[in-house]
Design a protein around this ligand. Structure first.
Ligand code: CTP
Length: 436
C-alpha cells in the first residue's frame, strides 16, 4: 500500500505564490469537474530534493483534454490538445505552461511485466515510468491537497540517493532509459541500485540500442549535452560501454575530456555575459565528441541518429570552420583584421573555436570579439557626416566601418570631435589620392 505524507509545507516554501495559487485552483476545479488531479514526475522529485523545477506535469484520472479545455477557458488561457494521446498543454496569458495527461490505463504487455489487476489509473500510469524517483505524485484535489503519493518507494530511493528501475524489463522495454539512468545519476550524484546496475550492464551487452530509433537516442544525447556538466555523464557512458556501443570509433581520451572541460568554461562565461536563448550549446559538446572522425564516419553517425537538418548544419559548420578560423587568427594580424575574419562565423563556431584552441591568447581574442568588438560603434553618426557636407552614399558605410576598425585597434579616441577630425583627415587623403 502506498505511503502518504503531506508536503503542503514544502510546496509553500518552494513555489512562487502565484504558482501555488494556480495549482490549488486546478485542484478545486478538479473537484468541480469530478476528476482526480495530480502533479507527477520530475516536479515532485525536484521539490523533495530542493531543486528548482517549475515544469508542471499534471495527470488527470479522467479525460485530461476536456479538463484542460475547461481550465483554459476559465483562466483565459490557450490550449493545445492532442486527442490521440489524450494530452493537452495549457498556455496561460503570462506564457506559463502546464501539461495535462490522462492517466493511461493500457499496460505494456510483455512476458514478465507487472500483473494487471484492478489498479488506480494513476498507479497504472506511474508504473510505466522509468525510475522510482520519477513515480511520485502530489494530489491536488482540495480535500487532500498536498498528499504525497508514493506507490513504488520513490521517496525512500531519493533519501537513499539511488536510481532504481521499477521492474526487470525496464531497460528492454526502453533502452533509452540506460542514458537517462546515467544522466540522472550524474545530475543528482545518485548511485545506480545494485539490481538496476546489473540489468543496465546486461542491456548494454545485448546491444539493445540497435533496436531503438536513432532520433530517440539523439534526443537523450541532447539532454545529456544540456546538463550542467556533460563531461561527468560521458565519463559514465564510457565506463558502462554505452558510448562505444553508440559510437564504436570514438575514443574517450584525455584530449576529449579536456576539450569538454574547456567548452564548459566557455559556456559558463557566455551565459554569464549574454542571455541568448538561441545558442545551441549542446552542439558544442556533440561536436567535441565527433571531432577527429572522418566526414564519412560522422555522416554515418548523424544518419543513424536521424539528426535533424538544422542541427547537422550547425555541427558541420562547427567541425569544418573552427580549425580554419584558429589557423587564421595569428599574431601578425591586427585586432580589426581578426574582427573582420571572425565576424563571418556563427556564434557556435566561435564558441567552439575558443574552446578548441589551447592557446590562451587566441581564445581571448575570440571572446573579446564576442564581448566588445562586435558592439563597437563610433561616436560619429551618419547625421554628423551629412553635417560636415558629405553626400550620403556607400561612402558613409565605409567611413563608419573604418572608424569602427580604428576604435577596435585603439588608434582613435572615443571622443566624437576627434573622430570627426579623423574623418576630415581621411577625406583629404582621399582627395589627394584622387587628384594624382
Ligand atoms: N519517462 C520514462 N521513460 C522515458 C522517458 C520519460 O518513463 N524514456 C517518464 C519519466 O518518468 C519522467 C516523465 O516520463 O518523469 C517525463 O519525462 P521527462 O520530461 O524527460 O523527464 P523529467 O523527469 O522531467 O526530466 P528532466 O528533469 O530532465 O526534465
Amino acid at each position: 500500500s502506498p505511503k502518504y505524507k503531506n508536503i503542503v509545507q514544502k510546496l509553500k516554501e518552494s513555489l512562487p505564490k502565484d504558482l501555488l495559487d494556480l495549482i490549488k485552483k486546478i485542484g478545486e476545479f478538479a473537484d468541480e469537474f469530478g476528476v482526480n488531479a495530480y502533479i507527477v514526475g520530475g516536479f515532485v522529485r525536484d521539490l523533495i530534493l530542493g531543486r528548482k523545477n517549475f515544469d508542471v506535469d499534471i495527470v488527470i484520472e479522467g479525460d485530461a483534454t476536456e479538463f484542460a479545455k475547461k481550465v483554459a477557458k476559465k483562466a483565459n488561457a490557450k490550449v493545445h490538445t492532442f486527442e490521440r494521446f489524450k494530452t493537452a498543454t495549457v498556455v496561460f496569458p503570462d506564457g506559463f505552461r502546464i501539461d495535462f495527461a490522462s492517466a493511461r490505463t493500457e499496460v505494456y504487455k510483455a512476458p514478465g511485466a507487472l500483473p494487471e489487476v484492478d489498479m488506480a489509473p494513476l498507479k497504472k500510469d506511474l508504473m510505466r515510468r522509468d525510475f522510482t524517483i520519477n513515480t511520485l505524485a502530489i494530489k491536488l484535489n482540495k480535500k487532500e491537497f498536498g498528499k504525497l503519493i508514493d506507490f513504488f518507494g520513490g521517496l525512500r530511493d531519493i533519501k537513499d540517493r539511488k536510481i532504481r528501475i521499477l521492474h526487470s524489463l525496464s531497460f528492454v522495454e526502453d533502452p533509452t532509459r540506460i542514458l537517462r539512468a546515467l544522466r540522472f545519476a550524474t545530475r543528482y550524484r545518485f548511485e545506480l541500485g545494485k539490481h538496476t546496475e546489473k540489468l543496465l550492464k546486461i542491456a548494454v551487452q545485448r546491444k539493445l540500442f540497435k533496436t531503438v530509433e536513432g532520433q530517440r537516442i539523439y534526443h537523450e544525447l541532447k539532454q545529456i549535452f544540456l546538463e550542467d556538466n556533460p563531461l561527468r555523464v560521458v565519463n559514465k557512458l564510457a565506463y558502462y560501454k554505452v558510448l562505444s556501443s553508440i559510437f564504436p570509433t570514438i575514443v574517450w581520451d584525455k584530449k576529449k575530456k579536456d576539450l569538454f572541460e574547456r567548452i564548459r568554461k566557455v559556456i559558463i562565461w557566455h551565459k554569464l555575459n549574454f542571455q541568448e536563448k538561441e545558442i545551441r550549446y549542446d552542439l558544442l559538446y556533440f561536436g567535441a565528441l565527433l571531432i577527429g572522425q572522418s566526414f564519412q564516419k560522422i555522416d554515418t553517425y548523424l544518419d543513424n541518429l536521424s539528426v535533424p537538418e538544422k542541427d547537422r548544419e550547425i555541427l558541420k559548420e562547427i567541425l569544418l570552420k573552427a580549425s580554419y578560423l584558429l589557423k587564421e587568427v595569428n599574431k601578425e594580424r591586427k585586432n580589426s583584421e581578426i574582427y573582420k575574419l571572425v565576424s563571418r562565423f556563427k556564434e557556435e563556431v566561435l564558441l567552439f573555436a575558443a574552446s578548441l584552441t589551447e592557446e590562451e591568447w587566441k581564445r581571448e581574442k575570440i571572446l573579446e570579439y564576442l564581448k566588445s568588438w562586435r558592439f563597437t560603434k563610433p561616436a560619429v553618426t551618419g547625421d554628423n557626416l551629412k553635417a560636415i557636407g558629405l553626400k550620403p552614399g556607400p561612402i558613409f558605410r565605409e567611413i563608419l566601418n573604418e572608424l569602427k576598425y580604428r576604435l577596435i585597434d585603439k588608434e582613435i579616441p572615443e571622443d566624437k570631435e576627434k573622430q570627426l577630425d579623423f574623418v576630415k583627415f581621411l577625406i583629404k587623403e582621399e582627395e589627394k589620392y584622387a587628384k594624382r
